[in-house]
Design a protein around this ligand. Structure first.
Ligand code: 6MZ
Length: 335
């Protein structure tokens, strides 16, 4: 049995974490108090899909200014570093202030400044990269603005490494946004898509289209039939699993039902991430612990899982560094 401290100390990789979903609950409550907002935080106790999207409503009403965004980014980095994460990809939907007090570019630059300060510290053990998200629940106009931003920024900002499709899966469809992802592909900008988050025939059809598009990774992949399962393996598209989030979305009774088992043992690349530490009250250690416990993984399998995650990172230059760290940890700790 692998103990919790061994999992905590292990060099971990986090590939699927939404900035605003990772806000600390205390920080959110403090912001609400400072802004005199009377908000009902009880939806934090409901982890189902509806509950999650209520929480995001509260979050977006509460975290509003550039100093707020700066603070939550700083705290997010501290929290992941505290879990011995050595590579973190943050994703966020670019925001702008309704009355023009800041632009989307200023929003992204604020987050990038925190990331740069962090990455460039001497002897920094955790490297952070940024993905921009298109929110499928929002307009084409919004998506186009995100696209313009990534086109403008990705060359001079090497910490921006990809484009994500997220947001409420009931809204719109992949086809509404595919052109942006095709454009990224043609420019060698990495792509990841929230796929098969919820159940239903419409989602199955959409997921098939996503797989045929061949993004660099997909997120969640909660609901699939044999055709989708076999096709994603055939196409070798790695999956960002988020055990706690997936557990609630799928309504599982026990983590041993998690679809980790349908991919990991076949050698298909999967990684374990938090999705939204604030919403799901979790961290990278707990996500790994839950799967290790549920499937009784041994150290060799845990190491394989981390090595597989390192193969999925969007900043390819760091792969070797990450693998060295993982190998070294398991060599020195094997006992
Ligand atoms: C889909 C999700 C999500 O972008 O404001 N988000 N979208 N599925 C999920 N889980 C199953 N968890 C988070 O961070 C918050 C936003 O991330 C997306 C939602 O659009 C949410 O509003 P940012 O930093």
């Amino acid at each position: 049995m692998i103990d919790l401290e061994f999992i905590k100390q292990a060099p971990k990789i986090e590939l699927h974490a939404h900035l605003n979903g990772c806000v600390r609950k205390e920080t959110l409550q403090q912001f609400a108090l400072e802004k005199n907002l009377q908000l009902d935080f009880s939806c934090f106790d409901r982890k189902d899909n509806d509950g999650q999207f209520h929480v995001f409503g509260i979050i977006s009403q509460t975290i509003k200014t550039l100093p707020d965004f700066r603070r939550i980014t700083r705290e997010m980095l501290e929290d992941f570093k505290h879990q011995n994460v050595i590579y973190l990809e943050i994703r966020t939907t670019p925001k702008e202030c309704e009355n023009g007090c800041f632009t989307m570019e200023e929003y992204v630059n604020t987050i990038l400044e925190v990331i740069k300060d962090h990455n460039q510290q001497k002897d920094q053990t955790m490297q952070v990269r940024l993905l921009l998200s298109i929110d499928r629940g929002r307009s084409q106009e919004h998506a186009q603005k995100v696209m313009n931003l990534i086109l403008k920024m990705h060359k001079e900002q090497p910490y921006i490494v990809g484009l994500d499709l997220s947001g409420n899966p009931e809204k719109n469809s992949f086809q509404d946004f595919i052109k942006y992802f095709q454009q990224c592909k043609s420019l060698n900008i990495k792509t990841t898509l929230h796929a098969a988050v919820i159940d239903g025939q419409k989602v199955i059809d959409e997921t098939l289209e996503m797989i045929e598009f061949q993004p660099d990774r997909v997120g969640h992949f909660n609901f699939f039939n044999k055709q989708l399962h076999d096709r994603i393996i055939e196409k070798k598209i790695p999956i960002e699993l988020c055990p706690t989030s997936n557990f609630f979305t799928k309504g599982l009774k026990d983590m041993s039902e998690h679809h980790f088992k349908d991919f990991f043992y076949q050698g298909h690349l999967v990684s374990l991430s938090t999705d939204d530490t604030g919403v799901f009250d979790t961290d990278s250690t707990q996500e790994h612990q839950k799967i290790i416990r549920a499937f009784n993984l041994n150290k060799e399998q845990f190491k394989q899982l981390l090595i597989n995650s390192s193969k999925m990172v969007f900043d390819a230059q760091l792969k070797e560094y990450l693998q060295q760290n993982i190998n070294q940890y398991f060599e020195t700790q094997q006992g």
